[in-house]
Design a protein around this ligand. Structure first.
Ligand SMILES: [Zn+2]
Ligand SMILES: [Zn+2]
Length: 235
């Protein structure tokens, strides 16, 4: 229901979402993953490679591919994002890193801001400084609403805004949902998370393997998309 990830009867929410909501003591925000991301796999290589490849040229190529993937998905599903937010996007920013200091890896991708704003409409403002790391006490399945903070100069921009949080991957959602919770507590009107890959581990968990096998249609947000299918369906 929330993250388009694998569920087991009789649950509508996956194990990660149930755990996070309980620990955050807040409702989770919707996640619109561009795709499932089985691990290992070619998409995962791109989504890690743009920040971790030791070869400069490889990092640049992965970053270009990542920009294309965001551009196509955000363009094709802008209506879905606006429906989830209840109106046009006003702010867009990456989920900050919780482990590396400084700017989020997505923030360092050349040209990404322009691609994203072109796809979401010029009312959308690219504002990465709106979230900053505030505590390192966060981990897999261990969300923390105090892990991030909205700095004072950005509080007016966040208040009452419809916000899109971008990320490369979504695993348990601990980091992204903590960031969303911080924005909600700073009085953002609505927040959605758009990761390029909702990570699943078919090689490790039988439930994930079954989920991947039975769902070519369960491919991330597209399994829920209600738009008349555009090029996204054939992509
Ligand atoms: Zn979930
Ligand atoms: Zn859609």
């Amino acid at each position: 229901v929330v993250c388009c990830g694998p569920t087991a009867y009789p649950f509508a929410h996956c194990f990660a979402c149930r755990t996070l909501a309980r620990r955050l003591r807040l409702p989770l925000v919707p996640v619109l993953p561009a795709s499932l991301c089985p691990l290992p796999g070619p998409l995962y290589r791109v989504l890690m490679g743009y920040k971790e490849s030791p070869v400069d040229e490889a990092r640049r190529q992965f970053a270009r591919r990542l920009g294309e993937l965001f551009s196509v998905f955000l363009t094709d599903h802008r209506a879905c994002i606006e429906a989830a937010l209840g109106g046009p996007v006003e702010l867009v920013l990456p989920v900050p890193s919780s482990s590396r200091p400084g700017r989020a890896p997505l923030e360092r991708v050349d040209g990404l801001a322009a691609l994203v704003v072109a796809a979401l409409g010029h009312g959308a403002r690219w504002l990465p400084p709106a979230l900053q790391q505030a505590s390192r006490d966060i981990g897999h399945m261990r969300p923390n609403v105090e892990a991030f903070a909205v700095p004072r100069p950005c509080r007016d921009a966040v208040r009452a805004a419809r916000v899109v949080l971008l990320d490369d991957t979504y695993v348990s959602g601990s980091r992204a949902q903590s960031a969303a919770a911080t924005l909600r507590l700073a009085r953002a009107r609505a927040v959605v998370i758009v990761p390029l890959g909702r990570v699943v581990r078919p090689e490790r968990f039988a439930a994930h393997a079954a989920f991947v096998d039975r769902s070519p249609l369960g491919d991330g947000h597209r399994s829920r998309c209600v738009l008349p299918q555009t090029r996204a369906a054939s992509a």
